[in-house]
Design a protein around this ligand. Structure first.
Ligand code: ZN
Length: 78
């Protein structure tokens, strides 16, 4: 019983950690030396980072841009 509950908590923790992603503008090719760091779920980060790339870096909002950003997502460490 106790083992089962502990196991479930461990899985939940792992799931939350695995879900949290980050986009670090310092690792993206940029001419602006931007240091923005966005973290959250993959979809949240993808939306925010896409808007940021369009607003601050002059990118066009295309499926290709989203795909590039998705590829650049890293696991958040916070
Ligand atoms: Zn930026």
């Amino acid at each position: 019983m106790g083992v089962k509950v502990g196991f479930r908590i461990l899985i939940l923790k792992y799931k939350n950690m695995a879900q949290r992603k980050a986009a670090d503008c310092r690792t993206m090719p940029s001419e602006k030396n931007c240091s923005l760091y966005i973290s959250g779920t993959a979809e949240e980060v993808l939306d925010a980072a896409t808007q940021h790339a369009v607003a601050s870096h002059g990118h066009k909002n295309t499926p290709e841009l989203r795909e590039e950003i998705r590829k650049g997502l890293v696991d958040a460490n916070d």
